[in-house]
Design a protein around this ligand. Structure first.
Ligand SMILES: *[C@@H]1O[C@H](CO)[C@@H](O)[C@H](O)[C@H]1NC(C)=O
Ligand SMILES: *[C@@H]1O[C@H](CO)[C@@H](O)[C@H](O)[C@H]1NC(C)=O
Ligand SMILES: *[C@@H]1O[C@H](CO)[C@@H](O)[C@H](O)[C@H]1NC(C)=O
Ligand SMILES: *[C@@H]1O[C@H](CO)[C@@H](O)[C@H](O)[C@H]1NC(C)=O
Ligand SMILES: *[C@@H]1O[C@H](CO)[C@@H](O)[C@H](O)[C@H]1NC(C)=O
Ligand SMILES: *[C@@H]1O[C@H](CO)[C@@H](O)[C@H](O)[C@H]1NC(C)=O
Ligand SMILES: CC(=O)N[C@H]1CO[C@H](CO)[C@@H](O)[C@@H]1O
Length: 618
């Protein structure tokens, strides 16, 4: 090793060479003087040049900085550009890139924890295919309704029960089938570690804030409980509570000699709460009284209230009966939604003059949403709300267009968030945009400004508007639905709402049946909404032109050509808030879609998956 002072000298020489080669010959005053060098040689520690503080040396190889680590599953492809997001508590910042350090990455609120809710379905060995499929569709409806209410539904079967340590013991008891299924159900539940256990005919039918649903969403159930008047429809309790109960049941006196106690056991099984609850002491199971949020379609309820369905179920037309039941349940879910929005559906259509084509998809959804649901008994009410207001086709839910967002939860608002390129191109009727045109003519952030003009007032800043918009998109319960203009198919709507939108309508103005033998009654589809006050119904020719322009804008956004990319970038820079709103809405729905897809994948093998219900073939 050369002595210290030589190291310092060597470093100094390297420094000079590096500087020379990157910055050319030095100016006079940056050359070290004789005194500097002599000083450096005398006191080497003080003068070792700190290469880290040099002005950024151009690095010809590799990127200048590392990208911050990316959260798993936070990217998805789209035909425009990758949709990327970061889930973070700082999502209320007006501009995502400040938090995510990435122009394209939107900052979303952390995903809401979904408490699991379980149901038990043990498919009988021999079953007609039509019946099995119909049952799967009912379970699918159950899953969808609970998913929309913020839960993570999971369908259990004997497979989970078999993994419970007590399974063999119970199986050897040779109980009668009904009692055995009830205990198996509990074993499967215990194996999953407690939580909420529901029958697959018990569905949430209430507003998001309903006390029962809110309570269940909190996922804290220290005491084993059942819900009053729901029989064995819904139980909740944590792992310890469920395991303790199971232990007591398995060791109960009556089960010691099943043959001797057959009659007593089957009597207990018929009592309110089911076999397990009645094998326990009354003090072991708390009874919760906040029952009205859950509709339970028991056999007794169906036979007493829904005769049309019951007739079909009772005779050898079971598959048909189950289909009718699925329609009935779907209609009740839809009805509950309609009742929660007494002012009807609002379409937020800022800048209404040239955005009719843009709003097409939103209008389709809004029309189907205001249609009366298809049902075998249109006048019937859900079992937990005997005083509902059935849908009346003569006075169906209101459907209106507004040029701005109306801030009221009495409306359900549907909007379409356009990319600023799309919006600018439509609003200024220009097929191509350039920077010059932007600077001279285009008003920035038109869309967010117009959308919130009334609800937030004129004097608020752009940043404030964007944050309020983000709050709307991410709100729970959501009273709004935001589509993005550039996505053409909207597959997830049913999962967001929790029921199937009507896809069939009566061809005439009167209710009718899809066929002569069908018991189902379908209703006419509401027409498009009246135009906004002061606006005229645009000509077909105009709408056609808008459509063409919309497609051109979609192509422009997809374009890989450099010039086009620069233009799109310039437009985004010009409309910072509109771009942010678009990025946020797009990433929010992409993440929601991904969350659901991942869950569907997990549930693929279980009853009630989209695959088993024949809804989607893959
Ligand atoms: C169960 O009860 C029956 C009838 O009382 C009796 O014959 C049988 O021995 C009992 N079995 C056991 C295992 O105790
Ligand atoms: C089903 O059977 C009941 C009697 O068991 C009968 O009254 C009813 O009309 C039947 N329904 C149908 C659709 O066949
Ligand atoms: C709806 O209106 C039509 C005629 O306009 C009438 O025949 C029908 O009874 C009405 N339906 C209801 C449910 O009031
Ligand atoms: C809607 O109203 C609430 C409460 O009055 C307010 O906090 C929120 O900013 C409003 N949102 C919009 C987008 O106008
Ligand atoms: C709305 O209903 C019509 C038929 O009435 C159907 O063709 C269309 O696919 C439905 N749209 C949605 C989004 O459900
Ligand atoms: C990411 O997605 C894959 C497949 O959908 C899933 O298996 C994995 O658990 C996910 N990772 C996280 C951290 O969510
Ligand atoms: C008002 C009303 O009908 N409430 C019912 C809701 O559902 C439960 C269980 O089915 C009934 O016990 C309530 O009477």
């Amino acid at each position: 090793m050369p002595p210290r002072r030589f190291q310092a000298l060597f470093a100094l020489v390297v420094f000079i060479i590096v500087s020379l080669s990157f910055y050319g010959p030095p100016s006079k005053d940056s050359i070290p003087t004789y005194a500097d060098v002599a000083d450096a040689v005398k006191h080497p520690q003080a003068h070792v040049p700190d290469l880290g503080d040099l002005p950024a040396i151009p690095k010809p190889f590799g990127p200048a900085a590392h990208k911050p680590p990316v959260q798993p599953n936070s990217t998805t492809t789209s035909s425009y550009r990758a949709i990327e997001w970061l889930s973070d508590f700082k999502w209320r910042s007006p501009f995502s890139s400040v938090v995510s350090y990435d122009e394209n990455r939107a900052v979303l609120p952390p995903l809401r924890e979904r408490p699991p809710i379980y149901t038990y379905y043990d498919a009988p060995g021999k079953q007609a295919k039509a019946v099995a499929e119909a049952e799967n569709r009912l379970i699918l409806a159950w899953r969808r309704a609970w998913w929309a209410q913020g839960f993570k539904p999971q369908v259990l079967s004997r497979v989970e029960a078999m993994k419970h340590p007590q399974y063999r013991l119970v199986q050897r008891m040779k109980l009668e089938p009904k009692t055995e299924v009830e205990i198996m159900r509990w074993l499967a539940w215990g194996y999953m570690g407690g939580g909420v256990l529901a029958n697959w005919l018990a569905l949430p039918m209430a507003e998001w804030e309903n006390p029962m649903l809110t309570f269940l969403r909190r996922a804290e159930y220290p005491k084993l409980s059942r819900i009053q008047s729901l029989n064995n429809g819904v139980f909740f309790g944590d792992r310890a509570a469920v395991e303790a109960a199971l232990k007591k049941v398995v060791n109960s006196e009556l089960l010691k000699n099943v043959t001797a106690n057959q009659d007593k056991i089957s009597q207990l099984a018929r009592k309110e709460g089911g076999a397990v609850v009645n094998l326990l002491a009354p003090s072991d199971v708390t009874i919760d009284k906040k029952a009205n949020g859950i509709a339970y379609y028991t056999a007794e309820t169906i036979s007493s209230k829904y005769a049309t369905v019951n007739d079909k179920l009772a005779n050898d037309t079971q598959a048909e009966g189950l289909e009718l039941l699925a329609s009935l349940i779907n209609s009740h879910l839809h009805l509950t939604f309609q009742e929660q929005h007494p002012e009807g559906v609002a379409i937020a259509k800022p800048l209404p003059k040239r955005t009719t084509a843009l709003m097409w998809e939103a209008t389709q959804i809004a029309r189907n949403l205001t249609q009366c649901p298809a049902s075998p008994m249109p006048k019937s009410c859900p079992p937990n709300r005997s005083k509902c207001k059935p849908c009346d086709a003569n006075k169906s839910m209101k459907l209106q267009e507004f040029p701005e967002f109306v801030n009221s939860t009495k409306f359900f608002t549907i909007g379409t968030v356009p990319h600023p390129y799309t919006m600018t191109s439509l609003h200024y009727t220009r097929d191509t945009l350039d920077t010059n045109f932007l600077r001279t003519t285009v008003q920035s952030d038109l869309w967010t400004k117009e959308l919130t003009r009334k609800s937030l007032g004129k004097e608020k800043t752009e940043a404030y508007r964007v944050v309020q918009f983000k709050e709307l998109v991410a709100a729970a319960p959501a009273h709004t639905l935001w589509l993005t203009a550039e996505r053409i198919v909207q597959q997830d709507v049913d999962w967001i709402l929790g029921f199937n939108l009507p896809r069939v309508a009566s061809p005439t103005k009167e209710p009718s049946s899809p066929s002569d033998v069908s018991q189902l009654i379908v209703f006419p589809r509401p027409g498009p909404p009246k135009p906004i006050k002061g606006e005229e119904i645009p000509d077909e020719v105009w709408i056609k032109k808008e459509e063409i322009r919309l497609n051109k804008a979609r192509d422009a956004l997809k374009s890989k050509a450099k010039g086009m990319k620069l233009t799109v970038e310039a437009v985004e820079q010009w409309h910072l808030s509109d771009t942010e709103a678009w990025k946020f809405a797009r990433a929010y729905s992409a993440r929601r879609r991904m969350e659901r897809k991942a869950w569907e994948e997990e549930e693929r093998g279980s009853a009630g998956s989209e695959k088993k219900a024949g809804v989607r073939s893959t």
